[in-house]
Design a protein around this ligand. Structure first.
Ligand code: 6PG
Length: 264
């Protein structure tokens, strides 16, 4: 059809069905649209939290998937309204390396976001993962800063997660010691089950208490694991992202079509 309608139909026909995952699934036709979907939700949550509480507690993951989103937040006019001056930035997990190391999550996030937004440095909360007391220090900092909020509202507002193709999220790896931690906000995760280098990670209790949790999962490489989550009954020890079960908050998956198209 000369007006392009036919192409539109073909595109929609090409979309896989929305996978049945625990939580709400936002399925976009490509990676670009998935980044926009999570970015726009981030802006609306940030504004709502600033209206309600005067500030916004955001926890970001590392990994390659969210980096284009972080860049977009800095340059796209659609995100100009993000209230960085009222935002506290937390890091979901960190490798035990200095911030200048190429594998440091904070190092990368700092370069893209902190250096180009007007977030006050006192509201940026990196994990000093190369220090022996990094986990207890991070927990103390979380408790102190969130403690300014009224009881019941003293939780993270928006946690952005990714997922490895082995089903890990944050630095919660299959069969790793951190999966069993239920009385702490942050802990070291080490040992043979952890992809080196050693890590410090937010724990299930902290992540699951968040007001909103988003999992951004893009690309065909992740399809096999999403299929296992949607169709199997494997335990959390095998697929750690299955342990993301919010207590009263909302959980949304942001997928592109490639991630949701099951391998035949
Ligand atoms: C990290 C993460 C980790 C990440 C997944 C997915 O620091 O690496 O917090 O949980 O989200 O490994 O990584 P990719 O986006 O690179 O696939």
């Amino acid at each position: 059809m000369a007006d392009g309608t036919e192409d539109t139909y073909r595109l929609l026909d090409d979309m896989p069905p929305v996978p049945r995952l625990p939580g709400h699934v936002v399925l976009s036709e490509d990676a670009d649209a998935a980044l926009d979907a999570v970015g726009l939700d981030l802006v609306s949550h940030a504004k709502a939290c600033v209206r309600a509480f005067g500030d916004f507690h955001l926890a970001l993951s590392g990994g390659s998937t969210p980096m284009p989103l972080y860049e977009r937040l800095m340059i796209d006019p659609a995100y100009r309204d993000l209230p960085w001056r009222r935002t506290h930035l937390w890091i979901v997990d960190e490798r035990c390396v200095p911030f200048g190391h190429e594998k440091s999550n904070f190092g990368q996030i700092r370069e893209v976001l902190c250096d180009h937004s007007d977030i006050p440095p006192s509201q940026v909360h990196p994990i000093h993962a190369y220090d022996d007391d990094a986990d207890t220090r991070y927990e103390a900092e979380l408790r102190e800063v969130l403690g300014w909020r009224e009881k019941g509202h003293d939780r993270l507002d928006f946690v952005l997660l990714g997922m490895g193709d082995d089903g890990h999220t944050a630095s919660l790896f299959p069969h790793s010691p951190a999966l069993a931690v239920d009385d702490r906000f942050a802990c070291f995760n080490r040992g043979p089950a952890v992809t080196p280098p050693d890590r410090v990670t937010m724990t299930y209790p902290l992540i699951n208490s968040a007001r909103f949790i988003g999992a951004l999962v893009i690309g065909a490489k992740k399809a096999h694991m999403l299929h296992r989550i949607a169709t199997g009954a494997e335990p959390t020890s095998e697929i750690p992202i299955k342990g993301i079960t919010p207590i009263g908050g909302e959980f949304r998956w942001y997928l592109d079509a490639a991630a949701a198209r099951w391998p035949q």
